[in-house]
Design a protein around this ligand. Structure first.
Ligand code: B3K
Ligand code: ZN
Length: 893
């Protein structure tokens, strides 16, 4: 029998193209897997029912990587090594049979699997991660999402060490062996692609509950967490029940198995994974109680629990035909989880946070050499495409359809989508076809959102004629070139607007030749389709102020010349909370951009100071006030420039923040006290009102900390008290961040106390690491380098890497430190991760890709790092793809 070493070279970097899709020659209808779990030598027996669906005579080609093939049998007969071919990535069997059974026995090494893909063992638990192409690290298989099979999984393991043996579906049998092992068999009746397979074995505490679906099916709900963590699991359970109910009520979708399990593991590359009936979660998105988790953590748990649950329909029941279609399930499921959070909490706060992600991270990706459409055309390493573009811009594209169709029309489309495609592997095109058919609409041009990368820019001009009472609105759209796409076609997008008179009253917008639809919040829906388009509105008495792009109705950059007066009016009067927030932020951005252009410190003008005061003392949701009062960040500003004037941006942001803090100090102090009274000393509550009060109070605290020079003693006392009286992690971490980020003399004591108290809780220590890595002051490069040696840090755990190193790599002022030491620090970590965990390495390299946007000196320093990394022996395909894309001299490759 041919044997292969478990240590094989990195996967060869071969690009795949969307246009080359071809249906499989064979499919697999049934899979029976048996695992004999052992640390270094796990045996996997896979029995497949294979059926030819393509041309005769074609050989069967199965994918497999990092595997040791032990035996192979076809219809029960062992195959000799002359009856198949084996390479590092494929097993080829020549056959003319139409239907046959195949038994594949492989050996894998879960303990040495540090890539956390396939079957791995970490912290004493066996678990799997198969999306996108991890199943091929377990056994040879048709590892592609359009091959759907039913799975029966039997797991053997030591009974004492691994009391829980879990897989997808329902438990159908179990027993014990004479050697002290036990075994369990699971069966999942729903055909699924291999990427949704999961197995977990370990010892846990279990939180059990149940949910009765609308049609009366009782579903057992089980959360498996590390021993001792049950007191941090209630919130996730409640979130799951909320998600199940919400999906029935809003989308008419019910759960379809008798059991839903969630396992929380400490070593996980991303947030969570929607394996059918057996979600595997990064413990960061399960565990939460007020002592250990911030308000934002609680909301993140709710959102990720919802997201993975919603995948049961959008992803699992209806899956992707190929990985280029990833946004079919991810964009749609992010849209669904955003709506879930918005329905349960504050719609406005959630929407503003969505917008911030698009404006900073997604616009950044669009401006990078890795820019891609939400449905990419070319992929080398699929793991590189779980991006903010595929996910969040994908969700914006779905949201635009929702805006164009309205809730009812959109839901009609969803029902048609499910009716047509349940149980199938389909494409983004199929989704649009369902939306069109259910609504009798033509979305031909809308499809450009799936084809074209880059951030469109809208240039808006208006002119008013008092005599004819006509308002002309002109919108010009253009999208910059991105790699491989030098020119762009215009997009079809909803532009939702409202007009206000000088008293702040909303006017009705009418045209003589067309009727406009209105959104739920009363905005007028314009459909932009041309490169340049004009609308004429009639019967307007005086020149109005236009709120444009209400609720951020399209993921674009908006260029409109607002006067200070108009921004003030919108900030105070607009009906849409996103517009009000953005008006305040625009005022601050304008101050910053003027200062950046002149390379001088920014100052708060009297008029903007007045607006900020009004916002601060307003009686709207305090969470919204906190968002409006945030000074735009260095990275958000960087996205406004093709060539990033880093020093000028940093100077402007620092000076403006300080000026806000000093000028409004008394206001912040007064509001801080009022909020403290409102919060009282009562125990922690997780309702929207309390979350909002805390977020505004912590915004005040941040500014008060910054204004220390005006009142050193009382500031220090305030910080000390805030920490001492804190009843939640939200308030503790706010005190710590304020102290560290304002270079308060108490910072080192607070840091030491915090570490002392939380040293045994790695998720809490991640906050401690991240607080230091994100600091805008201090010798941050040196501190982060030291923290890499701290016992709270290890390169082996992705959460630690993200908390310390990914946070640092986004801290633009220090990552880009002029001497290049920030680059060196991250490049060194990437080198080591390239061989242990390439997915994590690949996430860290992102800020290097944009080297062209910085000054020549920094370009040289970043290029040195990129070239060093490129020369690594065994460079993983993940890094290879990004580095080669970023170094390509022809930007249009
Ligand atoms: N579908 C997974 C992500 C898998 C990432 C693989 N590298 C989580 C999610 O989007 O729900
Ligand atoms: Zn997802």
């Amino acid at each position: 029998m041919t044997q292969q070493s478990a240590e094989v070279a990195a996967t060869p970097a071969i690009a795949k193209f969307r246009k080359d899709y071809s249906a499989p020659n064979f499919t697999i209808d049934e899979v029976a897997l048996t695992f004999h779990l052992a640390d270094h030598h796990t045996k996997v027996v896979s029995q497949l029912k294979v059926r030819r669906v393509g041309a005769h005579q074609q050989p069967l080609v199965l994918q497999g990587e990092h595997l040791q093939l032990e035996s192979l049998a076809l219809n029960g007969n062992d195959l000799g090594s002359d009856q198949f071919q084996l390479s590092d990535t494929e097993l080829t069997i020549a056959t003319d049979l139409e239907q046959f059974s195949l038994t594949v026995t492989t050996i894998v090494n879960p303990t040495d699997n540090k890539a956390l893909e396939g079957l791995y063992k970490s912290a004493g638990t066996y678990c799997t991660q198969c999306e996108a192409e991890g199943f091929r690290r377990i056994t040879y298989y048709l590892d592609r999402p359009d091959v759907l099979a039913t799975y029966t999984t039997t797991i053997y393991a030591d009974a004492a060490q691994y009391p829980y043996l879990l897989a997808n579906g329902n438990k159908i049998d179990s027993g014990e062996t004479e050697q002290g092992e036990h075994w369990v068999t699971w069966h999942d009746p729903h055909p699924k692609p291999a990427y949704l397979f999961a197995l977990v074995a370990g010892d846990f505490d279990v939180l059990r509950d149940q949910f009765t679906t609308r049609s009366g099916r009782d579903v057992a709900l089980e959360f498996f967490v590390d021993k001792g963590n049950l007191d941090q699991t209630e919130h996730a359970m409640q979130s799951l029940k909320n998600a199940m109910r919400w999906d029935e009520e809003r989308f008419d979708l019910e759960y379809d198995l008798d059991i839903y399990m969630v396992v929380a593991v400490d070593f996980f590359n991303m947030g969570a994974m929607e394996n059918k009936g057996l979600n595997v979660f990064n413990s960061k998105y399960v565990l939460a109680n007020p002592n250990t988790a911030t308000d934002q953590d609680f909301l993140n748990v709710e959102s990720v629990i919802g997201h993975e649950y919603f995948h049961n329909w959008t992803g699992n029941r209806i899956t992707c035909r190929d990985w280029f279609q990833l946004s079919l399930k991810e964009g749609l499921t992010v849209f669904r989880d955003q709506e879930f959070s918005a329905d349960l909490g504050s719609r406005a706060v959630n929407r503003i946070q969505d917008v911030q992600i698009i404006r900073t991270h997604q616009f950044n990706e669009d401006a990078s050499p890795m820019a891609h459409p939400i449905r990419p055309d070319k992929v080398i390493e699929m793991n590189n495409f779980y991006t903010v573009t595929v996910y969040n811009k994908g969700a914006e594209v779905i949201r635009m359809l929702h805006t164009l169709l309205g809730e009812q029309g959109f839901q009609r489309g969803m029902q048609e989508y499910v009716r047509r495609y349940d149980g199938q592997a389909v494409t983004c095109e199929d989704f649009i076809l369902a939306m069109e058919a259910a609504n009798d609409r033509d979305f031909k041009q809308f499809r450009n959102w799936y084809r074209q990368a880059g951030t469109p820019s809208l240039q808006v001009t208006q002119s008013f004629a008092a005599d004819s009472k006509q308002l002309r609105l002109r919108i010009k759209q253009s999208t910059p070139a991105t790699p491989g796409q030098p020119t762009k076609q215009p997009f079809h997008m909803p532009v939702v607007i409202s007009a206000y008179n000088n008293q702040g009253e909303r006017l009705t917008l009418r045209s003589s030749d067309q009727e406009y639809a209105h959104t739920d919040t009363g905005g007028t829906l314009l459909e932009l389709t041309q490169a340049e388009q004009e609308w004429v509105f009639e019967g307007i008495d005086s020149e109005p102020t236009l709120a444009l792009l209400e609720n951020f109705s399209a993921p674009v950059k908006l260029q409109a010349d607002y006067s200070a007066e108009q921004l003030r009016l919108l900030a105070g009067c607009a009906d849409d909370a996103v517009v009000r927030w953005d008006a305040v932020q625009s005022m601050l951005r304008k101050l910053l951009q003027d200062a950046i252009a002149a390379e001088i410190p920014a100052q708060l003008s009297d008029s903007v100071a007045t607006t900020l005061r009004t916002v601060l003392h307003d009686d709207v949701d305090p969470a919204l006030r906190a968002l409006a009062l945030a000074c735009p960040s260095v990275d958000e500003l960087a996205e406004l420039y093709e060539q990033v004037p880093l020093e000028a941006i940093v100077q402007a942001v620092d000076s403006l923040k300080l000026d806000i803090a000093l000028q409004l100090r008394e206001d912040f102090a007064a509001v801080y006290d009022t909020l403290s009274d409102q919060l009282g000393s009562a125990t922690y509550e997780l309702d929207g009102r309390s979350i909002g009060l805390r977020s505004l109070r912590n915004r005040c605290l941040g500014y008060l900390g910054l204004a220390r020079s005006a009142a050193p003693e009382s500031t220090d006392e305030l910080l000390q008290q805030h920490d001492a009286q804190a009843t939640s992690m939200t308030d503790h971490i706010a005190a710590l961040q304020t102290a560290v980020w304002t270079d308060n003399p108490q910072a080192s004591v607070l840091l030491a106390d915090f570490a002392n108290q939380w040293q045994d809780n790695p998720l809490v220590m991640d906050k401690w690491l991240a607080t230091q890595a994100a600091a805008p002051v201090g010798n941050v490069v040196g501190e982060v380098a030291d923290l890499q040696q701290h016992s709270a840090f290890t390169l082996a755990n992705p959460n630690r890497v993200y908390a310390l190193l990914a946070t640092f790599s986004r801290n633009m002022r220090y990552f880009h430190q002029a001497d290049g030491s920030g680059y060196q620090l991250i490049a060194t970590a990437i080198k080591s991760l390239n061989s242990s965990n390439p997915q994590v390495a690949s996430r860290l390299i992102t800020p290097f890709l944009q080297w062209r946007r910085f000054d020549t000196k920094r370009q040289q320093l970043m290029l040195t790092c990129l070239n060093e990394l490129k020369a690594l022996p065994n460079l993983a395909s993940d890094l290879y793809e990004k580095i080669s894309q970023s170094l390509a001299t022809d930007e249009k490759n």
